[in-house]
Design a protein around this ligand. Structure first.
Ligand code: MSP
Length: 653
């Protein structure tokens, strides 16, 4: 029987374009899928977008778009970023896809037929950010307001007639499921979920009457199906829906081999609600749920309102390639634990693991070998048979390669990417040690050409194996290395544990796979990445009017100063703008300001105002406007001034 492997990522909300967190989950899933394809397992890799629900309905409305048009725009961005990042999904599913809708309807009908769905009045709290119902234990109270601690936003009171799911029926069955080894990984997460179920399960509201953007409840179109029941079903929609899983052998085999890769934020939905929905629908559970940790940026949670935590995978990939970032996240973090990201750590691994270890091994080997000719044949020493090691050094190299190939395979099988790459790099470093010990440059000088060929053939064989083993993490680099050693046909295969020997290949002009990035250039890149990372266009519903918290370091990036208005004049052909000349103590600045409706030019001259000095200059009506003066209010603006005399240019803190 074929080995099956099915991996899913969460389907992402379309309120944000990909960021480092979603890049992480998707890259990990991609690496698993690539590894299993290389092992010739029947593999299916699913990712996609979660498009329905109140959050998206509101954002689309705020942007004056139909929800579907809004989603189409974000989905196109997701697909672009995933293409650039080398994400080899077998299907990108959208909850607006017609086959998904049919699958959700079928799930509903099956759960209804079991007698697990009933109608009742709901009166409770809902967090639109989570798209989740909240109990008193789930919220915190601040100043008399109940807040969702995850989104730091007030929860909303919902009173409507809803359909409910008899979740409370499934507690024992769920607890039994958690006892299946590996159903929830890691163990700590299993304990957390077990505790939650033991503490008592209440029935769950699974429809909304006041939300329109969703899949209507069959035969009751006044309600839409709760967005999490809709979203979770995507995992079976992609195999043909619940009926197919119940009847088709291949769909069943893949489903039984399915691992949901998620982060801890959505564990309860995947480990409690989802298996209970499946049980109710008469379907088996997936193989398991693998819960990874959270990536923070410089110790802070990735958040839309914190510019310093915005790490844009697209910006990084477009300047240094996607592979180094893929490698970094797979190697740096132990799957399951939280981890911190910094650009400095990324460059450090780039330089040491990629440039010095792997890049250098490939480059120097090919350069030396090409001095002997374009083609490096399989070794053919008199009396040599493929199984014989050529020297003590080669014996050590072979053993290391065999052991590390097995160790890496085991780690990939166990879903431990960091370990798999660690083993791979032990082997790559052994390749460099082998070259240092056998010193082919000395063999060349001494005219020992046959031995020299053998040493280089051994190294090329190691490189071939290394290229195949890095492929789950760095598909492009793998392909390029194999191209340079003339073994393109070996791409996408996992090497056999046994050392087969170099089969020969035509070596092409080596090109650095990971060109050196000197420290000044690194700094430039980091500055550009920080500067250009756009604040996500989409906003979370509920953001309107509310301003998120910032850290004091964020405030420190704002250069606020006092400035004295030296001159003011109307800007021609507009009744809104004034051109101001400001005294900043050490220099003068020109600012175009939209306060003509509230102040005449003469009212302003001589006043000391509050001035944002480090705003990027902009050309307005042909004039370069440097910074901005601050005012408050609606139609009639009120200028921010000082109530005591301060010198122009004084820092405001
Ligand atoms: N739409 C739901 C999922 C439905 S699945 C049936 C959702 N979407 S989400 O866009 O909020 O994605 C959450 C997931 O994104 C996390 O579970 C995780 O996979 C990934 N991550 C988001 N931020 C992350 C980090 N800071 N670190 C690691 N993973 C992160 O929830």
């Amino acid at each position: 029987m074929a080995d099956y492997f099915y991996v899913t990522t969460p389907i992402y909300y379309v309120n944000a374009v990909p960021h480092l967190g979603t890049f992480y989950t998707t890259t990990v899933a991609d690496a698993f899928a690539r590894y299993h394809r290389a092992r010739r397992h029947e593999t299916f890799f699913l990712t996609g977008t979660d498009e329905h629900g109140q959050k998206i309905e509101r954002i689309a409305r705020e942007q004056n778009l139909s929800p579907k048009d809004y989603c189409d725009g974000i989905v196109a961005k997701f697909k672009d970023v995933w293409r650039e990042a080398g994400i080899s999904y077998d299907r990108f599913i959208r909850t607006t896809d017609p086959d998904h809708r049919a699958a959700v309807e079928a799930m509903w009908q099956r759960m209804l037929a079991t007698g697990d769905i009933y109608k009742a009045d709901y009166d409770g709290m809902y967090c639109v950010g989570c798209e989740g119902w909240k109990t008193e234990e789930d919220v915190v109270e601040e100043g008399g307001v109940k807040i969702c601690p995850i989104h730091r936003k007030p929860v909303e009171r919902v009173r409507e007639e809803n359909y409910f799911f008899r979740l409370s029926r499934y507690a024992d069955k769920l607890l039994a499921l958690y006892e299946q080894p590996g159903f929830i990984r890691p163990e700590t997460r299993k304990n957390e979920v077990t505790e939650f179920v033991r503490s008592g399960l209440k029935d769950l509201s699974i429809s909304r009457a006041t939300v329109k953007w969703g899949i209507p409840v069959p035969n009751d179109p006044g309600h839409v199906i709760y967005v999490w029941l809709d979203a979770l079903t995507n995992y079976v929609s992609a195999l043909g829906g619940p009926d197919k899983i119940a009847s088709d052998a291949r769909a069943q085999a893949l489903w039984g081999a399915c691992t949901h890769l998620i982060a801890k934020d959505i564990l309860r939905f995947h480990a409690v609600y989802w298996p209970a929905f499946l049980m109710s629908a008469g379907l088996p559970p997936p193989k398991g749920v693998l819960c990874h940790g959270y990536i923070t940026v410089r110790g802070q949670k990735i958040s839309k309102s914190m510019p310093a935590t915005r790490v844009d995978p697209h910006l990084i990939a477009s300047s240094i390639g996607a592979d180094p970032l893929r490698y970094f996240v797979l190697r740096e973090y132990t799957l399951g634990n939280d981890g911190d990201f910094s650009y400095e750590a990324l460059f450090q691994r780039y330089e040491s693991d990629l440039g010095n270890d792997l890049g250098n091994l490939v480059n120097r080997t090919i350069s030396m070998a090409r001095q002997l000719g374009e083609t490096l044949d399989a070794p053919h020493r008199e009396g040599y048979s493929a199984g014989d090691p050529l020297s003590e050094e080669e014996l050590v190299l072979r053993q290391c390669a065999q052991e590390m190939t097995a160790a890496a395979a085991k780690a990939w099988d166990d879903m431990q990417p960091s370990r798999a790459l660690e083993a791979t790099w032990i082997m790559i470093r052994a390749g460099n040690v082998y070259l240092d010990r056998t010193a082919p440059w000395k063999l060349k000088k001494a005219g020992h050409v046959a031995e020299l060929r053998e040493v280089l053939a051994g190294t090329c064989e190691l490189i071939r194996r290394a290229a195949q083993m890095v492929a789950p993490a760095m598909p492009e680099a793998s392909r390029e290395i194999l191209r340079q050693i003339g073994r393109e046909q070996d791409f996408g295969l996992w090497p056999s544990e046994q050392w087969g020997g170099w089969p020969g290949g035509k070596l092409v002009e080596p090109k650095p796979i990971f060109p050196r990035i000197d420290p000044d250039r690194q700094k430039e890149l980091i500055a550009a990445w920080l500067d250009q990372t756009p604040p996500p266009k989409a906003v979370t519903a509920g953001d309107a009017g509310a301003v998120a918290e910032i850290a004091i370091e964020d405030f420190a990036r704002i250069d606020l100063r006092s400035a004295k208005v030296l001159a003011a004049e109307a800007v021609p052909k507009t009744d809104k703008l004034l051109k101001l000349t400001l005294d900043l103590g050490s220099e003068q600045r020109t600012v175009i300001s939209g306060i003509a409706g509230a102040y005449a030019p003469a009212d302003l001259v001589g006043r000391t105002v509050l001035y944002l000095a480090n705003l990027k200059p902009a050309k307005i009506r042909g004039v370069i406007s440097q910074g901005m003066i601050l005012a408050a209010g609606g139609d009639k603006l009120s200028l921010c001034t000082f109530d005591r005399e301060v010198f122009p240019g004084t820092k405001v803190k």
